[in-house]
Design a protein around this ligand. Structure first.
Ligand SMILES: [Zn+2]
Length: 333
C-alpha cells in the first residue's frame, strides 16, 4: 500500500497510482483529523469519493503518529492528550474517538487504537503497553459502529520481546478479528530485529486472514516477511525517496542528482513498464532533480511505487509456481 497521508499519495494522481499497479492505499487518521477534519471527508461522501480512489483503502488509528510525532503528550488509561502541531489546540484521542473518526472517514479497513512503545524500551513498559493495547482493542470493538462495512484489524505490540509478541498475538486471535497487524516495528530498531519479531509473531496469526506488517516496505524486509506469511505492507519510502531525487532500481538505491547521470540518455530501468521509464532518460531526470522541478518528484515517485509493487507481484508469481525460495534466495538469506 502506498501511503496517502493526507488523502493523497504525494505528487501522484489516483490514475497514476492505478497505472503503478496499486491495489490499496493507506491514509492517516491523525493527519486527516487535523486537516480537513473527518466531518468534511464524511460530507464529501467518505475518503474514496473525497480523493477519487476507487480501490480499497485502509486508515491507521492515529496512535503511531500521536506516540511518535506529538510533543507534550500525556498517556492515561482513558486515552492520549496532546497538543496539535498545527494550531496548538489540545486534542484528546481515545480508542472510541479514533474509531469514530475512522468510521466517518469510511476506509474499508480500520485499525485499532494502540499504544506503541518507543525503541528501546524497558520490558515492564512494553508489557504495560501490550496489556493496555488489548484493553483498548476491546473498547475499539465495542465502539465500532459499522463492522459490516469496515473491517477492524487488531495490532500486535510487544517491542523486541518475542514472548510478549507471541502472547499478544494469541490474545488478539481469541477475539476473532477480520485481520491482524504487527505494529511497533520500524521504530528505529535494527532490521535484523524486525525479522526476528515477524518470524516469532506471524505463525501465531491465522493464515486464512490478512496479516499486515505496519510501516515496512523495502525489498529485503518485504521478501523475508512474506516468507513468514505477511500479506500486507505500507511504506512511505517509494514516495519519500522520490522527493529526495532517489530511485529504486532492481534492488538498488540510486541518487539521480549524481553527476554520472548528467549525460546518460538511457531509460531509468528499461525493464520497467512505468510512464517514467518508458518516456524519459536518466539525463532528463538528473536535470529535473537538480532544477528541483516537481515533475522530477512525480516521475521518480511513480517509478518507485511501480518498482516495489512489481517486486511483490514477482514474489506472488514465484509463490504460485513454487519457486519463491530459490528465485528470491538472495533476498531471503
Ligand atoms: Zn519505472
Amino acid at each position: 500500500m502506498p501511503v496517502g497521508t493526507s488523502a493523497t499519495v504525494k505528487t501522484l494522481s489516483p490514475a497514476q497510482l492505478e497505472a503503478a499497479g496499486s491495489q490499496m492505499v493507506l491514509a492517516n487518521t491523525y493527519h486527516l483529523h487535523l486537516q480537513p477534519g473527518e466531518d468534511i471527508v464524511k460530507r464529501a461522501g467518505g475518503l474514496h469519493r473525497f480523493m477519487n480512489w476507487k480501490g480499497p483503502m485502509l486508515t491507521d488509528s492515529g496512535g503511531f503518529q500521536v506516540f511518535s510525532l506529538s510533543q507534550l503528550r500525556k498517556i492515561a488509561e482513558e486515552g492520549v492528550t496532546f497538543r496539535s502541531p498545527r494550531d496548538g489546540r489540545i486534542i484528546h484521542l481515545t480508542p472510541e474517538r479514533s474509531i469514530a473518526i475512522q468510521n466517518a472517514l469510511g476506509a474499508d479497513v480500520i485499525m485499532a487504537f494502540d499504544e506503541c512503545p518507543p525503541y528501546p524500551a524497558e520490558r515492564s513498559a512494553v508489557e504495560a503497553a501490550v496489556d493496555r493495547t488489548y484493553r483498548w482493542l476491546k473498547r475499539c470493538i465495542d465502539a465500532h459502529a459499522q463492522p459490516d462495512k469496515q473491517a477492524l484489524f487488531g495490532i500486535v505490540q510487544g517491542g523486541v520481546f518475542l514472548d510478549l509478541r507471541r502472547e499478544a498475538a494469541q490474545s488478539l486471535v481469541s477475539l476473532d478479528l477480520p485481520g491482524y497487524a504487527i505494529g511497533g516495528v520500524s521504530v528505529g530498531e535494527p532490521a535484523e530485529l524486525i525479522h526476528e519479531i515477524v518470524d516469532a509473531t506471524a505463525p501465531y496469526l491465522p493464515a486464512d486472514k490478512p496479516r499486515y506488517l505496519m510501516g515496512v516496505g523495502t525489498y529485503r524486509e518485504m521478501a523475508k516477511a512474506i516468507a513468514a506469511g505477511i500479506d500486507l505492507f505500507d511504506c512511505v519510502i517509494p514516495t519519500r525517496l522520490g522527493r529526495h531525487g532517489a530511485a529504486l532500481v532492481q534492488g538498488e538505491r540510486w541518487n539521480l542528482k549524481n553527476a554520472r547521470f548528467r549525460e546518460d540518455f538511457t531509460s531509468l530501468d528499461s525493464t520497467c513498464p512505468c510512464y517514467c521509464c518508458q518516456h524519459f532518460t536518466r539525463a532528463y531526470l538528473n536535470h529535473l532533480v537538480r532544477s528541483k522541478e516537481v515533475l522530477g518528484i512525480t516521475l521518480l515517485s511513480l517509478h518507485n511505487v511501480t518498482e516495489l509493487i512489481r517486486f511483490t507481484q514477482r514474489i506472488r508469481e514465484s509463490i504460485l509456481s513454487d519457486r519463491f525460495t530459490t528465485e528470491f534466495a538472495n533476498w531471503l538469506s
